[in-house]
Design a protein around this ligand. Structure first.
Ligand SMILES: NC(=O)CC[C@H](N)C(=O)O
Length: 261
C-alpha cells in the first residue's frame, strides 16, 4: 500500500519541522517539506497530499501576532486549496505556531461549519515564554484520535509565549464548542484533575489546550506531541507515564487508512 503523503508547511522562523518529519515517518507517512514560497510560485500544490501539518516555531519572527503573517500569506496563495482540503474531510493539524496559524485563518473552530475567526491565542498570563512538560486530557470527539483515551492525563511538552486561548464574547461560545466535542484537549494536573498554573501554562479559558473544527478533521493544539518520543526529546528514563506522542501520529495514520484519502 502506498504511504499516505503529508505536506509539512514551513517558512522563515518555523523550527519544529524536523521533529514532525520524523514523527510522521515513524508512523508510516511519507513526509514532504513545502516552503510557503513554493506555494506562492506554484512550484508545489497541496491536492495530492492526504494530510497537511503546520509545525511549531516563530514564523516571521512572531511579528504582529504569532502565526498572523504565515496565515495571511497562506490565505493569499492557497486559501481555496486549503478550504477544499477541509471540505474533503482531510486532516489539517497545527501544533503551537501551527495552531496560531489555523486560528488566524478562521479554520478552528468553525461553528456549524462556518469559518470565522472566533478564537485568538493571546500572550500567556505569566507574560513569559513557558517551556516544560505538561499534561493534557482528551475531552473532544474528533474521529482522528481514536487511539487516545478520554480523560487520562498524557504527558507532553509545551513551549510558547502566546498560548492563552481567548474566545469571542458571545456568551455560550465555549458551551457550544464543548457540546459539539470541539474542545479536543484540556490541560490537566498530573493526577488528572483540572489544571491551574503551572500545569495550565498559559491561563487559557477552561484550560483549553487544543480545539478542532466542527467536523473534527482540523485540529490545533499548543502542546508538541512530535517532540516527545524520538531522538529530539526522549523522555527521562524510568518515566512510566502515558505520553502524547507516537499514539497521536499512529491515530492520524489509522484515520487516513480508514478514509482511504
Ligand atoms: N513552539 C512554538 O511553536 C511557539 C509558538 C509561538 N512562537 C509562541 O511563542 O507562542
Amino acid at each position: 500500500m502506498q504511504e499516505p503523503e503529508v505536506a509539512i508547511l514551513r517558512m522563515e522562523g518555523t523550527n519544529c519541522e524536523e521533529e514532525a518529519y520524523h514523527a510522521f515517518q515513524d508512523s508510516g507517512f511519507k513526509p514532504t517539506y513545502i516552503h510557503i514560497n513554493e506555494l506562492k510560485n506554484k512550484r508545489e500544490s497541496l491536492e495530492h497530499f492526504s494530510t497537511i501539518f503546520l509545525p511549531g516555531g516563530f514564523s516571521a519572527g512572531d511579528y504582529i501576532r504569532a502565526g498572523s503573517i504565515f496565515s495571511a500569506r497562506l490565505s493569499e496563495y492557497s486559501r481555496k486549496d486549503l478550504e477544499r482540503f477541509v471540505d474533503e474531510g482531510k486532516p489539517i493539524i497545527g501544533v503551537c505556531n501551527g495552531f496560531q496559524i489555523l486560528a488566524e485563518l478562521g479554520f478552528i473552530p468553525d461553528l456549524d461549519g462556518k469559518m470565522e475567526r472566533k478564537v485568538g491565542l493571546a500572550p500567556n498570563s505569566s507574560n513569559r515564554f513557558e517551556c516544560r512538560m505538561s499534561y493534557v486530557k482528551m475531552t473532544g470527539k474528533t474521529p482522528m484520535l481514536k487511539e487516545i483515551k478520554h480523560d487520562l492525563p498524557y504527558m507532553v511538552p509545551v513551549a510558547h509565549a502566546e498560548g492563552r486561548i481567548v474566545t469571542a464574547r458571545d456568551q455560550n461560545f465555549l458551551e457550544k464548542l464543548d457540546e459539539s466535542g470541539q474542545i479536543i484537549f484540556r490541560y490537566s494536573n498530573p493526577d488528572g484533575t483540572d489544571a491551574l498554573y503551572p500545569w495550565n501554562p498559559n491561563g487559557s479559558e477552561g484550560s483549553i489546550a487544543g480545539l478542532s473544527n466542527f467536523h473534527g478533521n482540523v485540529i490545533g493544539l499548543m502542546p508538541h506531541p512530535e517532540r516527545i518520543y524520538n531522538f529530539f526529546g526522549k523522555l527521562p528514563s524510568g518515566i512510566n507515564k502515558d505520553v502524547l506522542g507516537k499514539n497521536f501520529f499512529d491515530s492520524l495514520y489509522n484515520y487516513i487508512l480508514k478514509k482511504a484519502f
